[in-house]
Every structure is written in structure tokens, then in C-alpha cells.
Write a protein that binds this ligand. Structure first.
Ligand SMILES: NC(=O)C1=CN([C@@H]2O[C@H](COP(=O)(O)OP(=O)(O)OC[C@H]3O[C@@H](n4cnc5c(N)ncnc54)[C@H](OP(=O)(O)O)[C@@H]3O)[C@@H](O)[C@H]2O)[C@@H](O)CC1
Ligand SMILES: [K+]
Length: 461
């Protein structure tokens, strides 16, 4: 069975070393990787001629093994290798391949397998490597990247050379971080993982799989199913959107605490004005604040009152701009969820003294220094929590619409009201958000997205 472990290059090298210490040679690992990948290549090529691009390292070594498997099955296959292999195991794989190897040739075959660089890419791909990648990008052949696309840095997902759009990317042994990070993720096409027998059970970072939601218990009533308070502020629209999304994501009762009149609110959304009275209600199981909160003194006071309530809490939008370390004194940080987009994450990092640059590192460190759950949202959403990082498959690019974040915050809060588990609430919310986008018609508005949560919920029950 495929593991969901997501490994950094350092962790990957350690896992491979552990396998070798247990008696599985690097040669054997390469055979497993190459043979497993070759099965996918044959499935996709379906008899058509294949070109394999081989680089100087073990990724190139995998390429020779793949080419050898295809050759043995009667495929017309050739290798293009701008340089000879450098690593010992790759040299052995090169020597074992008795098919055609060329230094340079036009990419005319209908299927091309890219094994120029794997997770060992350490600098910009230049010269003949860049030329090949550029030619591959311009070709309309079926493109398969082995392990990672060759111009992609495995840990950061950043791009160090011409980046073709692949049809299929085959992760070898385990997922790498780049498989879930932009801009790399957008170029990878379908993603599959080829197991090679590494022991991955201790890996803390994981990709997520579709959540399993449950219907309310047979004896449920509206208060016990999750009573959520959405605390509004100076602007009426955003918190209303969050509240509407929350109403469709499982909570039994959603209250909007707002001084506005909200003529457009649905009849079944309860609107109250007295924040203190709402927060004193013992039955409140979660609170959301931030969308439309504002950033003035009044907003800061409301945020402090919410934090002082001791309830499980989702902080989004303006709340993330207002949040300061001293506001967390006495708070149970394990009940708090932050849902920043990139700009809000930068602001939070400034407020909490996190100086790292990448989204992944920032989210991880922000969790480490604060103890709060950090859902760093965007086209490559990552979740940092007590058990490690969590990664998600690509969502619809139509989610890049105003109000999409308010909807997501509403879903997280709704799930949190249902079961009080911050990490689980975030995981479920991202999947629901993606599924709602899939079910809404293209070019949807945020309100359409909130409505599409109703059928989306059914996908996970
Ligand atoms: N280890 C294992 O057990 C298994 C590993 N497996 C496979 O190995 C892959 C990792 O292999 P790897 O570590 O050899 O790295 P890889 O990506 O092939 O390239 C490194 C080479 O490229 C060179 N180089 C780097 N950047 C460059 C540039 N811009 N331009 C030019 N040259 C550049 C670099 O040179 P150097 O930096 O040393 O000068 C070095 O020679 C992994 O992704 C998977 O496919 C599987 O077989 C399963 C078993
Ligand atoms: K590659």
C-alpha cells in the first residue's frame, strides 16, 4: 500500500540509508524504483516509442533501469544522456543497459521520460540540460517526470530551470514536499507514488486523504451538534459569508454576533448583538472571528474578549493582523486555529518573530513558537500542527475568488464546533472547500461556493 509520508531530502536520504543498513542495497532500491516506474511508463506508452532523458545522478540511474525494462518488453526505446553518469550505482545501471544511448537528439518520440535530476538538483539547470528541458516543454509528447520534474527543487517546490508541463509525475519511494507546493505542483500532472520498501511509519509529515464525516448522533439536538458564534465587526459581508458556509458544514446552530442589520441574511441564521451574553452561553462550542472584524480599537477589544472566552477558536483575516503574543497569555493555544493567506502569514511571522522565508517553514515555525494550529491557505495549502505538517492535493484554481477565504474559515469553525479538534477541523475544511469548488459551476462566487458545500458534505459521509 502507498504511504502518505511526505519527506524532505534529508529525511529521504535517511530513509534510504536505513533501508541500506537493513541490507537492501542502493542497487536494489534503484531496481525497485526503476521497475515500478517502468510499469507506469508502459501503461501510458501502450506500445508507442519512448525516449528516456538520463542525468548524471541516481535519477539518471533510474532512467537506465526504466529504459532496460522497456527494452526487455520489446519497446522501441532510446536514452538521451548529455553527460555520463557520475554516481557508482547509476554507472552500474548505465552499463547494464544494452540499448541505444545518445548524447543529443531531437525529441521526436511520442512519450518522453524525464530522469535528468531528482531530489539531488542543487543549482540552476543550464546548458545542455536546460536546452533539453526547453525542447521538452515545447514538445506535444506525453511527458513523465521521474521522482520530481528535473528543474524542481524537492524541498521548496521552487523552479531552477525550464519547466515543462508533465502529464504524469511518479514519486519514488515517498512523496517529496515539492509534490504539494507551488509553483512546482502546477506542472506535475497526475501524481502517483511508486513504493520501494522504505520504512516510513515514523514520518511526521503526511499528505491527507479524503476525510470521513459522520452524520449527527441519533439523539442529537441543535445545541449538541455544535453551536458556533461568528463574531463580526465593522464590515457586514464577510462574516455573513463565513456564517452561511458554517451553516452548511455540519454545525447544528450558527449565531452571527453583529451590530449590522443584515437584510440579506437567511431566515435560519440567528443574529445577536450582545457579544458578552453569547460568549457566556455554556453551549457555545466554537467561535470564529476576523472576517470583516476591522482593525481598530473596538475590533481589538472584540478579539480579546473572544480569546478570553476560552472556547475553541478560529482566527482569520483582520484577527490575524491584530493578534499579538501578549494576547495569548492564559489562553489554551491548542484550541486556537489560524487560517492565514500568504500576506496574513507574513504579518503573523512579523508579530511572532518568525524570520523564515518559505511558506512551509513559516507555517511550521509559527506553530512551533505559538502552539496554535496554522492552516496556511492558498493554491498550495499546508497545515502545521502538533503531529507535523499536513499536505493536500491541488484544489480548483477557481477558488481564487474574493470571499473564498471567508468560506474556508466558516467551514473550519463549523467543523471545530462539531468536534473541537483543531487539526481535524482544518483537514476536513480544506477537503470540503475543494469538493465544493469541484461541485460548483466554474467562475463561481463565494456565495455559490458556500451553497455547494451542501452536496460536497455528501461526498464524505
Ligand atoms: N539513493 C537511493 O537509494 C535511491 C535514489 N533514487 C533516485 O535517486 C535520485 C537522487 O539521486 P541523486 O542524489 O544522485 O541526485 P540526482 O537528482 O540524480 O542528481 C544529482 C546529480 O546531479 C548533479 N547536479 C545537480 N544539480 C545540477 C545542475 N543544475 N546541473 C548539472 N548537474 C547537477 C549533481 O552533481 P553535483 O552537484 O554533485 O556536482 C549530481 O551528480 C532520486 O530523486 C531518485 O530518482 C531511487 O533510485 C531510489 C533509490
Ligand atoms: K526527474
Amino acid at each position: 500500500m502507498n504511504s502518505t509520508a511526505v519527506l524532505s531530502v534529508e529525511a529521504m536520504r535517511a530513509a534510504e540509508q536505513a533501508a541500506m543498513n537493513a541490507g537492501i542495497s542502493e542497487w536494489e532500491l534503484m531496481q525497485r524504483a526503476g521497475q515500478g516506474a517502468a510499469r507506469w511508463v508502459m501503461r501510458m506508452a501502450a506500445g508507442r516509442p519512448v525516449t528516456v532523458l538520463c542525468g548524471p545522478g541516481n535519477n539518471g540511474g533510474d532512467g537506465y533501469v526504466i529504459a532496460g525494462c522497456l527494452h526487455a518488453k520489446g519497446y522501441k526505446v532510446r536514452v538521451i544522456a548529455p553527460v555520463e553518469p557520475k554516481s557508482e550505482t547509476a554507472r552500474k545501471a548505465r552499463a547494464a543497459f544494452d540499448g541505444e544511448v545518445m548524447g543529443r537528439a531531437a525529441l521526436t518520440d511520442p512519450v518522453v521520460v524525464d530522469c535528468l535530476f531528482g531530489y539531488g538538483l542543487s543549482r540552476n539547470a543550464k546548458g545542455e540540460f536546460a536546452n533539453l528541458l526547453e525542447e521538452l516543454a515545447a514538445s506535444d509528447c506525453y511527458k513523465i517526470a521521474i521522482d520530481v520534474p528535473s528543474s524542481v527543487e524537492s524541498d521548496s517546490g521552487s523552479v531552477l530551470g525550464p519547466l515543462p508541463r508533465y502529464n504524469l509525475t511518479l514519486a519514488l519511494g515517498a512523496w517529496k514536499q515539492a509534490h504539494f507546493l507551488m509553483p512546482a505542483m502546477a506542472s506535475m500532472g497526475a501524481l502517483r507514488c511508486v513504493p520501494i520498501g522504505l520504512a516510513l511509519n515514523d514520518a511526521s509529515d503526511q499528505s491527507t486523504t479524503a476525510p470521513r464525516l459522520t452524520a449527527p448522533a441519533a439523539d442529537s439536538h441543535k445545541y449538541r451538534r455544535g453551536l458556533l458564534a461568528v463574531v463580526a465587526g465593522s464590515m457586514p459581508g464577510a462574516p455573513l459569508l463565513s456564517a452561511e458556509a458554517a451553516m452548511h458544514a455540519g454545525a447544528g446552530y450558527v449565531k452571527l454576533v453583529s451590530d449590522h442589520s443584515h437584510p440579506d441574511a437567511p431566515a435560519d441564521l440567528v443574529i445577536e448583538q450582545d457579544l458578552d451574553a453569547v460568549l457566556e452561553d455554556e453551549r457555545i462550542s466554537a467561535v470564529l472571528t476576523g472576517p470583516g472584524l476591522g482593525r481598530d480599537d473596538e475590533a481589538r477589544k472584540r478579539l480579546s474578549r473572544v480569546l478570553g472566552s476560552g472556547r475553541p477558536c478560529v482566527l482569520d483575516a483582520d484577527a490575524l493582523h491584530l493578534l499579538r503574543p501578549d494576547m495569548l497569555k492564559g489562553a489554551d493555544v491548542t484550541k486556537l486555529c489560524l487560517t492565514p493567506h500568504e500576506g496574513e502569514l507574513a504579518t503573523l511571522c512579523e508579530s511572532f518573530g518568525v524570520t523564515l522565508q518559505s511558506k512551509l517553514d513559516r507555517a511550521r515555525r509559527l506553530h512551533d513558537v505559538t502552539g496554535m494550529t496554522v492552516l496556511a491557505k492558498g493554491p498550495d495549502t499546508v497545515l502545521a500542527d502538533r503531529e507535523g505538517m499536513r499536505f493536500f492535493p491541488r484544489g480548483s484554481s477557481w477558488l481564487s475568488v474574493a470571499g473564498s477565504g471567508d468560506v474556508l474559515a466558516g467551514i473550519v469553525a463549523s467543523r471545530l464546533a462539531v468536534h473541537s479538534d483543531t487539526m481535524r477541523a482544518c483537514e476536513e475544511a480544506v477537503w470540503l472547500h475543494h469538493e465544493a469548488a469541484r461541485r460548483a459551476a466554474p467562475a463561481f462566487s463565494a456565495s455559490d461556493l458556500a451553497c455547494a458545500l451542501i452536496p460536497a458534505m455528501a461526498s464524505f459521509l
